[in-house]
Design a binder for this molecule. Structure first.
Ligand code: 13P
Ligand code: SF4
Length: 312
């Protein structure tokens, strides 16, 4: 135990030292391990991280998140060094669609608009007209011109949520995140009975979206950061949380005195958890693993990301 505490303090100390030496910033997603969130300069959702990546003055960005997030930072900062501490940090949702799938739809719908969730590869973003995150998807789709076909990819549950709220009919790619798709109606149903006083905060990637709104009509569909903001201002004493469990650390830290109950305690993204404190340290020490996007792809993907950042 003593040895572990010493190792932890050594790593934290070295990370701080190397960060200053390399003029680096650590950006972490809310699904990261608590100890990784604690050494980060900024913790947030995909939208907050994209905004932060777009405005940072640091020369090196260590991305404690998954590959598509580091790619997004590299697209927005072609002149900076973007590091991903472990290249195995992928995403089942981003892997569900290929550039060829998007090209095919575009050929069949030459006047169509392609809306890509940020959980996609740089090549897929390069084929999109505009990107979205779970925090702004409704706003972005509502801002699109009427009368043209829209292809929303790759998350079908987020797409269905956007259709429900905006009333816009879209072609949805049948992709899903294995962690969120695994959160189902039966998990919600049990807690609706056990926790009648709780508010239900549901990530729109969850497979239970529509049945949840049926079982709990006042449930809120929110991005991870939206959950933190909502819990802080709500008067409710307890919240049932339907998303990856890494967000619980942030909720409990930023909203003390309230109770947060995970709807599925084993909703864990193994890709997010590949990043450890030790790997963050090694990443800064050895400047690895550099994530680069070829400029011909980055330039097109940047247009779709900038279009999103202008809307919301
Ligand atoms: P947000 O950070 O946009 O809520 O996204 C969830 C997610 O699955 C990221 O991988
Ligand atoms: Fe991808 Fe799902 Fe993991 Fe997010 S939680 S990184 S969408 S696999």
């Amino acid at each position: 135990m003593e040895v572990l505490v010493q190792e932890h303090s050594f790593l934290v100390g070295e990370i701080q030292r190397l960060k200053a030496e390399r003029n680096a910033v650590i950006l972490a997603h809310s699904y990261q391990r608590p100890e990784v969130q604690e050494v980060a300069d900024f913790v947030g959702d995909s939208l907050g991280l994209s905004r932060e990546a777009a405005k940072t003055k640091a020369e090196v960005i260590v991305f404690a998140g998954v590959h598509f997030m580091a790619e997004t930072a590299a697209i927005l900062n072609p002149e900076k060094t973007v590091l991903l501490p472990d290249l195995a940090a992928g995403c089942s949702l981003a892997d569900s669609i290929t550039p060829e799938d998007v090209r095919r739809w575009k050929e069949e719908n030459p006047d169509g608009i392609v809306v890509a969730y940020v959980n996609t590869s740089a090549e897929v973003k390069a084929l999109a007209d505009i990107c979205v995150t779970s925090a702004n998807a409704v706003e972005v789709v509502a801002s699109l011109p009427e009368g043209r076909p829209i292809f929303f990819l790759p998350d079908m549950f987020l797409g269905a949520h956007v259709e429900r709220v905006t009333g816009r009919k879209m072609a949805l790619w049948p992709g899903e995140c294995h962690v969120h798709a695994g959160i189902r109606a039966e998990h919600i149903e049990a807690l609706v009975k056990d926790r009648p006083a709780a508010e239900f905060l549901i990530h729109p990637e969850c497979g239970c979206g529509s049945s949840c709104l049926y079982l709990k009509p006042d449930a809120k569909m929110l991005s991870t950061e939206g959950m933190v903001r909502y819990a802080a201002k709500s008067g409710a004493p307890e919240f049932v949380i339907a998303t990856e469990v890494g967000i619980l650390h942030r909720l409990r830290k930023l909203v003390p005195g309230k109770e947060f109950i995970p709807v599925k305690p084993d909703a864990v993204c193994e890709y997010m958890k590949t990043i450890t404190l030790e790997k963050v340290y090694e990443s800064l020490r050895d400047l690895k693993h550099v994530v680069r996007v070829p400029e011909e792809v980055a330039e097109k993907a940047r247009r779709a990301l900038s279009a999103m950042l202008q809307v919301g």
